[in-house]
Structures are given as C-alpha cells and as structure tokens.
Design a protein around this ligand. Structure first.
Ligand code: NAD
Ligand code: DAU
Length: 339
C-alpha cells in the first residue's frame, strides 16, 4: 500500500493526476494537500469525492506543523509536489506568492520529507527553468536561465530538491513539463482563456507578434509521464517531459477559432509580455527510455479540449465571473484599449 501526498492536487494538473493515480493504482491511498488559492478548486475533484482511497486536507506547504501532522496522520510514504503559483503573468504583477510557495514551500516540504524518512519526493517542475532556445532542444544537463519571476522561483525550488538529494540522500525525482492543456485548467492560461473568450464572443488578446513557440502536452500525457518518473525514475534524476508538439501561438489561436466556428477578427494583438520567452523545446529521450510516450496527436487533443469547455461551462463560468474579473481588468484592460 502506498500513501501518496499530492500537494496542489486541487489545481489543474494535480486534479487530473489524482484521477490518473486512482485509476492506475487501485491499492494506493491518495491524500490531496492544497491551500485552495484562487487556482485551487474542490470542484476539480468532485468525481473522486466519495472514493474511500481519497482524502482532502486544506493546508499550505510552507506550514511545517500542518504538513508534519498530515504526514503522520496518513502515514505518507511518497510526495508528488504540484503545489505552486503557476502563472507567468501574475508573477510579473506580484512575485511575492511565488517566492512563498515555489521556493520556501518547496524547502519546507523537503525538510519534512527528510525528517519523516519518506521513500520518494517527486518535484513537478517546468521547461521554463531553462529559459528560451532559438533552435535545437534542451537536455536535462543544460544550464538553467529562467527569465520570469515564476520560472526563477521554480528553478529555486528545483535546486533545493537537488541539494536535498546530494546533501541528505533524499530520494528525489524531478520532471520538467512543457505547456499543458486539457480539462479543468484555470482560464487565465492561454488555451482555456482563448477557448472560453471565443465561446463568449470576446476578443483573444494575443501577445506581441504571436510567433512565440510552445511545446504542447496533453494533461493525461503529462500525468502518465509523472507516473513513469515516479515509479521508474532513478534517484536524483531529472526528466524532460514534453509533448513534441511545437506550435506558434498564432497557429494555436487560429485552430481554436476554427474548432469553434468563430471568426479570426476576434484576434486582438496586444502589448507583449515583458521578458517573453520566444521558444521552448525539449529532448525527451531520457523519459521515453523508461517507456513513456505521448498518446494522440495535438490537433485531436485540442479538439477534445475545446469540446470539454463547450460542454462544461458550469465549471468555468463561475470562475470567470468572480475574482478573475478584477485580474482580467488589471492584466488586459489597458492593453486591449490600446490595441
Ligand atoms: P494550478 O495553478 O492550476 O494549481 C496549483 C495548485 O496549487 C492549486 O490547487 C493551488 O491551490 C495549490 N497551491 C498553491 N499554493 C499552495 C501552497 N502554498 N500550499 C498548498 N497548495 C498550494 O497549476 P497547474 O497548472 O496545475 O501546475 C501544477 C504544477 O505543474 C506547478 O508546479 C507548475 O509549476 C507545474 N507545471 C505546469 C505546467 C502547465 O502548463 N500548467 C507545465 C509544466 C509544469
Ligand atoms: O512551459 C511550461 C509552462 O507553461 C508552465 O510552467 C506554466 O505553469 C504554464 O502557465 C505555462 O506557461 P506559459 O507562460 O507558456 O503559458 P501561458 O498559457 O500563460 O502562455 C502561453 C503562450 O501564450 C505564451 O507565449 C504567452 C501567450 N499568451 C498568453 C496569454 C495568457 C498570449 O499571447 N496571450 C495571453 O493572454
């Protein structure tokens, strides 16, 4: 029996991962530990709510007492750490929470794992720690050159993971995932923002020239990659985890509009994101050697995702009418007016 603590399990990838774990490993007990920030949502986990193998605890990973109580109470042997502030644009507006959770929170978590002698800690990291790459593909040994407060805080947390492995022998694994999309993604990120704006007939604020490149990864494939690294990854190792679907932002934007039967006149070019990374691309041979591979092609997965948002407006409409409105005004108000 494995008792797995999934921190940040009420967020986008975390909640999909909880479902994935319960499906793939019927003998595991999963404890979600989540602060429920603006991005955390218990509705993401409604379908596992009554599963006896699932427990929810509300807590902050930077709160060492709460964390210790939870590890003890549920005899946790493994942690998968999704908990983070995850949106680049918010990190540019207000970096504080990013340092609190992504750096300090990760440290507190590692310290608890060390004290409790846990079997393994998997840190969910990001391809953004490498910075931008004009041509070629990042490999795991490449230097880290993060460019936003978000990616710098993720790099800081990750380096602390490395230190806990090297110094204390903690059994750690790191995954560096690429741009993820799918059901239950908070509609501040470009895919769900553009899909839901288009459904509502609102403009799609495309940054700069729209020629930035992201490598798109479907959320199920991301979950499968984390599961592979968790069970088959070597101690102290890092694994790139990308979908192999490089697309320009403008291509993705046009495809979303096409799938929804909406006009391209909804595209609104706006002022670029400061420090905007031009291109991310990963060499994922190391994880593939452990048996992981993405499943369906990007266009099929995007169509499935668009259909999910069309069919599940009960989920995103309340989000977009709450705190989100103030954020949207702050982030896009002047840009859209100027555009
Ligand atoms: P998300 O913003 O949807 O969810 C983050 C979750 O963490 C929320 O449920 C939130 O309540 C929780 N949380 C935040 N601060 C916390 C704290 N101090 N203590 C406990 N819980 C806290 O994020 P996501 O997109 O699902 O990303 C999950 C992880 O994957 C993050 O670590 C992110 O850096 C990484 N990642 C994301 C992507 C992507 O494209 N979304 C790609 C690669 C890596
Ligand atoms: O690469 C992995 C990372 O992907 C994760 O670590 C982050 O948590 C996740 O948020 C994501 O970061 P990005 O900054 O790449 O994602 P975002 O959806 O914010 O933006 C994707 C691209 O779309 C990026 O080039 C910026 C652009 N964009 C974004 C928004 C929100 C726009 O043009 N307009 C927008 O309104």
């Amino acid at each position: 029996m494995k008792n797995i603590l999934v921190t940040g399990g009420a967020g986008f990838i975390g909640s999909n991962f909880v479902r994935y774990l319960l499906r793939q490993h019927p003998d595991y007990h999963v404890v979600v530990f989540d602060k429920l920030t603006y991005a955390g949502n218990v509705k993401n986990l409604l379908d596992v709510h009554d599963d006896p193998r699932y427990t929810f605890v509300r807590g902050d990973i930077a709160d060492k007492h709460m964390l210790a109580d939870t590890l003890r109470a549920h005899q946790v042997d493994t942690i998968v750490n999704f908990a983070a502030e995850s949106h680049v644009d918010r990190s540019i507006l207000e970096p504080d929470a990013f340092i609190h959770t992504d750096v300090v929170g990760t440290y507190v978590l590692l310290e608890a794992a060390r004290q409790f002698g846990l079997e393994r800690v998997l840190q969910v990291s990001t391809d953004e720690v490498y910075g931008s790459i004009p041509v070629g593909f990042f490999k795991e040994g490449d230097p880290l050159e993060p460019n936003s407060p978000y990616s710098a805080s993720k790099a800081g947390g990750e380096l602390m993971v490395r230190a806990y492995h090297e110094t204390y022998g903690l059994n750690t694994v790191v995954t560096r995932g690429s741009n993820t999309f799918g059901p239950y993604q908070y509609p501040e990120k470009v895919a769900p923002l553009f899909i839901t704006n288009a459904i509502e007939g609102e403009p799609l604020p495309l940054y700069g020239d729209g020629m930035q490149v992201r490598d798109w990864l479907y959320v199920e494939d991301h979950c499968a990659g984390i599961d592979t690294a968790l069970h088959r990854g070597a101690p102290g190792e890092i694994y790139n985890l990308g979908g192999g679907n490089e697309r320009h932002n403008i291509q993705v934007t046009k495809l979303i509009l096409q799938l929804l039967g909406k006009p391209e006149t909804l595209i609104r070019p706006v002022a670029d994101r400061p420090g905007h990374d031009r291109r991310y691309a990963l060499d994922c041979a190391k994880l593939k050697a452990l048996g992981w591979a993405p499943t369906k092609d990007f266009e099929t997965r995007l169509a499935e995702t668009v259909a999910w948002y069309q069919q599940n407006d009960w989920w995103w409409r309340p989000i977009k009418s709450g705190e989100f409105k103030a954020y949207y005004r702050q982030q896009y108000g002047e840009r859209l007016a100027a555009g």
